[in-house]
Design a protein around this ligand. Sequence first.
Ligand code: NAP
Ligand code: MG
Length: 405
Amino acid sequence: MNKTIMKTPLVEMDGDEMTRILWKMIKEELIFPFIDLKSEYYDLGLEKRNETNDQITVDAANANKKYGVAVKCATITPNAARMTEYDLKEMWKSPNGTIRAILDGTVFRAPITVKGIEPNVKSWSKPITIARHAYGDVYKNTEMIIPGAGKAELVFTAQDGTETRALIHEYKGAGVLQGMHNLNASIESFARSCFAYALDTKQDLWFSTKDTISKKYDHTFKDIFQEIFEKEYQEAFEKAGITYFYTLIDDAVARVMKSEGGFIWACKNYDGDVMSDMISSAFGSLAMMTSVLVSPDGNYEYEAAHGTVQRHYYKYLKGEETSTNSVATIFAWSGALRKRGELDGLEELEKFADQLEQATLMTIESGRMTKDLALITTIEEPVVLNSQQFIQEIRKELEALRKED
Ligand code: NAP
Ligand code: MG
């Protein structure tokens, strides 16, 4: 069988624990036999990050900027327990946070829909993609416990020293207080990433905030989106036959529940955090969510939305059998390869990506799946496979599809 040739290297970011094990299996069974893989490899496993003082993450993000497309394995974000477990020099920051800051991107999360795994919301026949603004608001807040009576004010001191003040509240007794901010530049790149991704995937874009209550803060988000849309994207949206639709968050939530899906829902930071968990669990499983980081200037990083599946990894280390779902990681590879093919004009590579996804879905639809899916499927008497067997079954389907052409 002739292997598909690539032009530009794919930036490959390896990761940790069970997903690192899956990563290797996917490459060996589903990539190497079919593709003459050109990749620039960065090991973002925690050991390597520690060894390089996290320089490897910065290098990987810069390579993503240089080449445009990356595929990333799930990585550990260190906490106190990881400090001891890996004997870390420092509590290194989340690699996703570092990469997102360098690319200035927005994360789009979408469920992988497949027959046999039915969403809890009956009307959802197409995936709903959540775009979360990943800067500011309550995630970069300043809080105070107010012990008793007193006055709280908002004070902005301009560079020339002039002060603008607004009364927040005259406290008669104890309470709490919180200050938040956001930046036009960040909202603008969020808006551009959303419009660009909507065009890229030919889906309508919805955006919602609480602008009726927050007449300055949230209203600024609404205005920035509207202005950028009219100036830069309206024509392209019309040509592509897609729409941009702004509505109040309450209305959006109500409409989403009655919709058939098939659109992108752009959310402020907190809304996106909460709604993406709701959407992913309603669609079935965290293991079936993909995630793509899109920068406003058109760089892409594809990954699974789930973590490193630590519990399964410890079973694996003890030599026990695991049945870890590799679908979202496989779709990260297919997403990245398809985008690479699109950018390089390699139809064969795009076709391979389609076939890889098709083979994965066919395997599940025929009743062969991992344990997490077997527990929720509507398919009767599913065959539960271990991590390796599931990938091997997909390979058989993929080989059959490739032979057909
Ligand atoms: P997790 O890895 O997403 O796993 C949580 C649980 O969800 C698992 O224990 C498993 O449930 C189920 N699950 C998730 N993915 C699965 C899959 N592919 N197949 C089967 N079941 C799956 O989250 P976590 O355990 O909270 O975090 C572990 C590490 O991942 C942490 O160090 C965290 O920092 C990191 N993390 C990384 C990313 C990223 O790189 N994007 C994202 C999130 C978390 P059962 O145990 O019940 O089978
Ligand atoms: Mg959350």
